[in-house]
Design a protein around this ligand. Structure first.
Ligand SMILES: *Cc1c(COP(=O)(O)O)cnc(C)c1O
Length: 357
């Protein structure tokens, strides 16, 4: 399939942000986008790169009513040598195909969408910011576009990729966050869609997030839906706890998102010779360890922040300070290592980085 490219006219080009240090997250998009359509009888058709702009979507589009929508989030990095690279990008499309299966949506041809994404980034290469810590955020998305009311699997879909520059996640260094352990609302239950990157999971999390924000917390730590005992993950990050010399993260049992950063961290800490466990961990075990001084560190992992240290955990009205409220040693070491690989400042022993320009 050939990708049809329509370049934006000179007067359609948007001004690029003049100052990398003013970049935030998720509100600036480049000049072009990639789209393709799916029709049940024909498969994926009409791949095209066109000027960035609004979509024409029928008000009866099934995604708007019954929620067949999935997405991904990854980044392209401007290397210190000026080149552009991706980090484990294929893993994102593999996960998208797993999300697609769970929501009865069509799967993607991974080599094809990888090529389409690279082509889009090359066309808008000037949008990849240069300052260290900044990057180009990439948002592949799929939604059911068939105009039809009545719950069933849609027969028509749109897949698109939009990209835009984002700032360094941490403006003043890695500030540890305060997290609120949510023991009322839940994010995902066994057998549900918790392991799919689908809009419904985020819509369902908003109320808890808002209530926690009002109390001064930046993130909610979710517990399991059945017993409200086992720690799962935070907003858009997987969680790691370091108790004595054991690095612990929740197992992938279907209710948490299988993060690629989580997977990278597991691989790295194993290779560093640390004791690593993917196991169920109760909130009581975490709190007890915090009280006894055995909880050395806690941190979240995700594409946006890479490593997000936790400085305080609040559970049932009690605050527990973690690692003296500072970034822990392992958190810092992991952050430096992964970011070093991504920006090409450090050798990549895993073959995770792919140069595209
Ligand atoms: C995207 C996401 C993550 C992190 O995944 P990465 O692949 O590491 O970016 C973790 N939890 C949730 C709920 C997410 O949506």
């Amino acid at each position: 399939m050939e990708i049809k490219i329509t370049q934006a006219a000179a007067d359609q080009l948007k001004p690029k942000p003049s100052d990398d240090s003013s970049l935030a997250f998720g509100n600036i998009f480049s000049d072009h986008m990639f789209l393709m359509d799916f029709e049940r009888a024909r498969g994926w058709i009409n791949p095209r790169i066109i000027p960035y702009g609004p979509l024409a979507v029928d008000p009866a589009a099934m995604a708007l009513h019954y929620g067949q929508e999935i997405f991904e989030g990854l980044k392209a990095y401007r290397r210190t040598d000026g080149g552009i690279c991706l980090f484990r990008a294929e893993e994102n499309f593999k996960r998208m195909n797993r999300s697609a299966k769970r929501l009865c949506m069509p799967e993607l041809d991974i080599p094809f969408v990888m090529e389409a994404m690279k082509e889009l980034i090359r066309i808008d290469r000037e949008w990849v910011p240069h300052s260290h810590g900044t990057s180009l955020y990439i948002r592949p998305t799929m939604l059911a576009t068939e105009p039809h009311l009545g719950v069933r699997v849609a027969d028509e879909y749109l897949f698109f990729i939009i990209i835009g520059p984002v700032g360094a996640y941490y403006k003043e260094g890695l500030n540890p966050v305060k997290i609120y352990v949510e023991d009322n609302y839940i994010r995902a239950a066994q057998g549900g869609v918790g392991e799919a990157k689908t809009a419904a999971n985020y819509a369902a999390s908003l109320l808890a997030g808002e209530e926690a924000k009002k109390k001064g917390f930046s993130q909610v730590l979710w517990l399991d839906a059945k017993e409200r005992r086992y720690v799962e993950e935070v907003g858009t990050m997987n969680m790691f706890f370091v108790i004595e010399d054991e690095v612990i993260t929740a197992p992938l049992t279907g209710t948490i998102l299988p993060g690629i950063t989580r997977d990278s961290v597991l691989r790295i800490v194993k290779d560093w010779g640390l004791k690593v466990s993917e196991r169920s961990l109760t909130i009581d075990e975490v709190i007890q360890a915090a009280q006894d001084g055995r909880l050395k560190e806690a941190f979240g992992t995700g594409t946006a922040a890479v490593i997000s240290p936790v400085g305080q955990i609040t559970y049932q009205g009690e605050d527990h300070i973690v690692a003296g409220g500072k970034m822990g040693e392992l958190s810092q070491r992991l952050y430096d290592f992964i970011v070093g690989i991504q920006y090409g400042d450090r050798e990549d022993p895993y073959g995770w980085v792919e140069r595209i320009d």
